[in-house]
Design a protein around this ligand. Structure first.
Ligand code: H2B
Length: 114
């Protein structure tokens, strides 16, 4: 049993609610809580810069454990000390609360390494 968006209760997979595409205004509201992130080509986007490659790669390997636990994976691209991240939910063809949760996980991980 889980609570649906309209406040009623539904049967089934609790993560279904996480798979609901956020509306434009829900995305805007989420971004207010995610400094450094923007909406780019329909995805949550952020560029991280670290001291060097070891810190950038350490960020990726540390975050990988939580990412795998979430079973929600970023599109990311590393060049030396930079990691470019784009988040969307492929299965939902849009941005969902899973992307917002992942953005927060990545920020918390980066904070420890910056
Ligand atoms: N990651 C992202 N970003 N979006 C998804 O839709 C997604 C994922 N789906 N990781 C998961 C894996 C899905 O393919 C598996 C089968 O659960």
């Amino acid at each position: 049993m889980f609570n649906t968006r309209d406040g009623t209760e539904g049967e089934g997979c609790a993560t279904m609610l996480d798979m609901t595409k956020l509306t434009d205004s829900e995305i805007k509201a989420a971004l207010r809580d995610l400094p450094g992130w923007s909406l780019d080509k329909g995805k949550l986007h952020r560029d991280y810069k670290f001291a060097d490659f070891i810190h950038a790669f350490g960020f990726m390997t540390t975050a990988a454990l939580g990412i795998e636990k979430m079973n929600h994976h970023p599109e990311w691209f590393n060049v030396y000390n930079r990691v470019t991240v784009d988040l969307s939910t492929h299965d939902s063809n849009g941005i969902t609360s899973k992307d917002v949760t992942l953005a927060k996980l990545l920020d918390a991980t980066a904070k420890k390494l910056q």
